[in-house]
Ligand binder design. Sequence first.
Ligand code: HEC
Ligand code: HEC
Length: 313
Amino acid sequence: MKELFILVVVTVFTLVTYYLVEPFAHHQMHKHVESENFVYADLPALTKKGDVTRGQELVMGAGACVGCHSIKVAGMEPAMSPADAAAAYGVNPPDLSNMGAVLDEKFLADLIKNPAHALMVEHKFDAAKGQMHPMVPFYGAGGDIDQEVADMVAYLKSIAVKGEDLTPTIAFENACGRCHAVRYEKWTQIGEKPNFKHEQDSLAYDIEVLKYQDSLKKYMGTLPPDLSIYIRSRGEHYIKTFIENPQNYLAGTAMPRVGVTAEAADKVIEYLEDSGDTKRHEREEVGKNVMIYIIIFAIFALLWKKQVWKELH
Ligand code: HEC
Ligand code: HEC
């Protein structure tokens, strides 16, 4: 009876202490944000069905997109080096070849009409105060603007990779690569650093990266951090809910809402895991083997116990 009482007391105290140290303290220190599964409920759905051919004409013509963006799959090469583009716009306007696969269509439509709104940076860019976003809004080509925007979105989706061809690398480079370096993957904001034979070429490349970063720092107010091991320090849930709406965690931050689809977000996470947590597959494998070992061991222990007691009775 006394033993039972002691056991209950010890158990209760252990559980209370555990609760205070782990879940309670954790809850007090970290705000919990639920994911909205990248549905972007605040953005209006597309009401028009887009026409790919008309969309192509607009993107290449009246939409003026190729004035700032390259579209390599359509043979449109960048007009300037990334460092020069960053000097002009603050950041290199990303290539549009695969944006139709990486970004949500409602987000794309809103972005074309009102970049600061879609990107959630209206606190930084208020047209009424003359603070223009470097991406010029599309004011229409003379017809129904919603139809024109739907046409451009349809065109961007038609040229982009489909299904399984959307790799973690494509997702990351398009959605995050113009602002964040990932040293472990040799990714810099101006591209993947090649293996140069000559030290001089390697240093010249580094200088371009530094020039780019200078402009980016001015544009963002701070240099976006290298994301090599962020998957470890922040975890998947934080990163996913953070990119869904950076303002949730850092009110007033310069990092835009990027507008990725749920699939592309998973690919971005996979890229960050490949970079910062390369041993994860091996770890899972070891975990499984340890469980199998424990089960086999338990069976033997049980059999052994039976054997010993049989002789005692
Ligand atoms: C005057 C230059 C300019 C024009 C014209 C322009 N853009 Fe942009 N665009 C930018 C810049 C700069 C950025 C990067 C903004 C940032 O990251 O803060 C950008 C970003 C983007 C992005 C990435 C957004 C994201 O969430 O990652 C897409 C997609 C895009 N533009 C599409 C278009 C389309 C489509 C058009 C034509 C209708 C267009 N842009 C016209 C300069 C321009
Ligand atoms: C237009 C530039 C830009 C793009 C694109 C961008 N970021 Fe950022 N990011 C920033 C800036 C600036 C900060 C620093 C924010 C701050 O300190 O206010 C940041 C911070 C972060 C942080 C750190 C947050 C923290 O808690 O400290 C993470 C994680 C992150 N970004 C992930 C991403 C991912 C993943 C993508 C692509 C889906 C992405 N970012 C796209 C500019 C960008």
